[in-house]
Design a protein around this ligand. Structure first.
Ligand SMILES: [Zn+2]
Length: 293
């Protein structure tokens, strides 16, 4: 358990609390001690976690038996539904339907030159899990007044912000905060679209992942590299994994971390075909992200 002594989102040294960067409701048990200020913790919880996880993803994980990294099973959350008279009713977690939207994202915007303000089209819904016939029949037998509707609003940006939060914390848990310019707080507590820094890659295109996570670097100058984190959050449940641009590190620092090897610049996008270091640097500056001169 690593103690940080500063908020990993805003840098504040005051009113620090322990940070569950991998949400408890997804089975996360890892804690960074004294690592988020109460203000950021509150904002992130209300803006991202409570909205993304709601009752959906937790039940999805539990009912599909997906283990967390520590092999703890997600407990699930009670489900809220409507009856045919428009009234809401709550069912215990063990009965709740598992429907949840899982997103396959495009390459992170900064790695492919995508600049749309709202990132329309930067995701597809990979699956709506769990609402199969048997599950639904059983649910109807037990709750005959259910109006048979599920209201799920696609929230790819919030989902990506949650991925950003997990990867930001996981990197700091592994390597600490020294020698890195962090980008992800800007999409976790800021206004920048998370889809600029978070995306998906095909499993086969990713470095080999051990323990669910791996790091790699893309050289952007003689001395600096973009630090990329790949994370198999669903433990092999899909043929893609999530990827985030964590920030910038000095290549000499990277060399001290055995898991990270300086890599040849390799960003490319099948839609635009752009793949130049200068494009990435220009893009980062346009987004207001700090770039070493
Ligand atoms: Zn803070």
């Amino acid at each position: 358990m690593r103690e940080i002594g500063a908020c990993i989102y805003c840098g504040s040294l005051n009113s620090l609390t322990d940070e569950h960067y991998f949400p408890l409701s997804l089975g996360g048990t890892d804690i960074l001690k004294k690592a988020s200020c109460t203000e950021c913790a509150k904002a992130i919880n209300s803006r991202i976690e409570s909205r993304v996880l709601g009752s959906q993803l937790a039940n999805f994980r539990r009912n599909l038996g997906l283990p967390s990294r520590r092999n703890k099973k997600a407990k699930g959350k009670p489900g809220v539904y409507r009856d045919t008279l428009g009234r809401t009713f709550t069912v215990p977690a063990k009965d709740a339907l598992t429907a949840a939207l899982i997103y396959e994202l495009c390459t992170a915007g900064v790695l492919c030159g995508r600049m749309e303000i709202f990132d329309d089209g930067a995701f597809t819904i990979a699956s709506i899990h769990g609402k199969d016939d048997i599950e639904e029949q059983e649910f109807c037998q037990k709750y005959p007044l259910w109006d048979k509707t599920l209201t799920i609003l696609p929230q790819p940006h919030l989902f990506a912000a949650l991925i950003a939060k997990i990867l930001h914390g996981a990197f700091i848990n592994s390597f600490g905060m020294n020698g890195c310019i962090f980008y992800l707080p800007k999409v976790i507590i800021g206004d920048l679209s998370p889809l600029q820094l978070v995306g998906s890659v095909k499993r086969t295109d990713s470095p080999k992942i051990e323990g669910g996570m791996s790091f790699s670097g893309i050289c952007i100058s003689e001395h600096h590299a973009l630090l990329i984190a790949d994370y198999d959050i669903f433990n092999g449940g899909f043929d893609f994994i999530y990827q985030a641009v964590v920030g910038i590190v000095e290549i000499s620092e990277m060399a001290k971390i055995s898991e990270i090897k300086p890599a040849k610049f390799s960003a490319s996008d099948t839609r635009t075909g752009r793949s130049a270091t200068n494009d990435v640097l220009k893009h980062l500056r346009l987004l207001g992200l700090a770039v070493p001169s």
